[in-house]
Ligand binder design. Structure first.
Ligand code: PXP
Length: 246
């Protein structure tokens, strides 16, 4: 079965909207830690949290607490020395390196690995030496994928944002073809294939039915949104059922 990683950043975004100056006071809700525990109990295989340079949602203390509470932690971060130090301190099971722009609302676009290969190789090496599995978030582009292999990364996360945004059947099929091609190439290069961004209850089935060798899908927005109405446990289970069906 394809594994489900739940991205809990949005829980912290909501907390920070009210408790920016006191995120760990006893009344600061909602708690990303509690969300991580509930999701794990509901069957999520991994918890993803993005420690951003500007700390707009997840805080350092969240990472520390969640690390202690979950079996598999995927830390998203920018490939910069401050974050490499943090990751080595926090010891997530996996790091997903993502590009980060201050003005973006959420991660937009994959890493330009081919242009930043030597920097990324150094970051991948440092994290790998600390025993952390490293994944690179890339657009479904063979050039980026081959460059990812050159950095020594263990895994790639295919950016599904364009697939999720596509509305016309032709565009959806074009995107799927790109992802399929990259999945086959990743398999040849012995890279684990994850995917994420914009996946939801409507578009997941087509994606996972079409793209082979998927190890994990990382999903945040759709599950946290559904949780507002049906509760987090039910929202996670509903996504797991879609994964089980395939
Ligand atoms: N994967 C990566 C690398 C991301 O940056 C994000 C968004 O933070 C996700 C997956 C989850 O995207 P969404 O919230 O749209 O499901």
């Amino acid at each position: 079965m394809i594994r489900l990683g739940l991205n809990i950043d949005h829980v912290a975004t909501l907390r920070q909207a009210r408790y920016k100056h006191a995120p760990f006071s006893s009344f600061a809700e909602p708690s990303p830690l509690q969300a991580a525990k509930i999701a794990q109990e509901a069957g999520a295989h991994s918890i993803t949290a993005h420690l951003r340079e500007d700390r707009r949602h997840i805080q350092d203390e969240d990472m520390r607490l969640i690390r202690q509470a979950v079996k598999h932690l995927n830390m998203e971060m920018a490939p910069i020395s401050e974050m490499v130090e943090k990751a080595i301190e926090i010891k997530p099971d996996e790091v997903c390196l993502v590009p980060e722009k201050r003005e973006e609302i959420t991660t937009e676009g994959g890493l330009d690995v081919s242009r930043n290969e030597s920097t990324l190789r150094k970051v991948v090496q440092e994290l790998s030496q600390a025993g952390i599995t490293v994944s690179l978030f890339i657009d479904p582009d063979p050039i980026q994928l081959k460059a990812a292999k050159q950095t020594g990364a263990h895994c790639i996360e295919l950016h599904t944002g364009q697939y999720a945004l596509a509305t016309e059947q032709k565009r959806i099929e074009e995107e799927i073809e790109k992802h399929k091609l990259c999945a086959y190439l990743a398999k040849d290069l012995n890279l684990q294939v994850n995917a994420g961004h914009g996946l939801n209850y409507n578009n997941l089935a087509t994606y996972i039915r079409s793209v082979p060798f998927l190890h994990t899908v990382n999903i945040g927005h759709a599950i946290i949104s559904e949780a507002l109405f049906s509760g987090l446990k039910n929202a996670v289970r509903k996504m797991l059922q879609l994964l089980e069906k395939q």
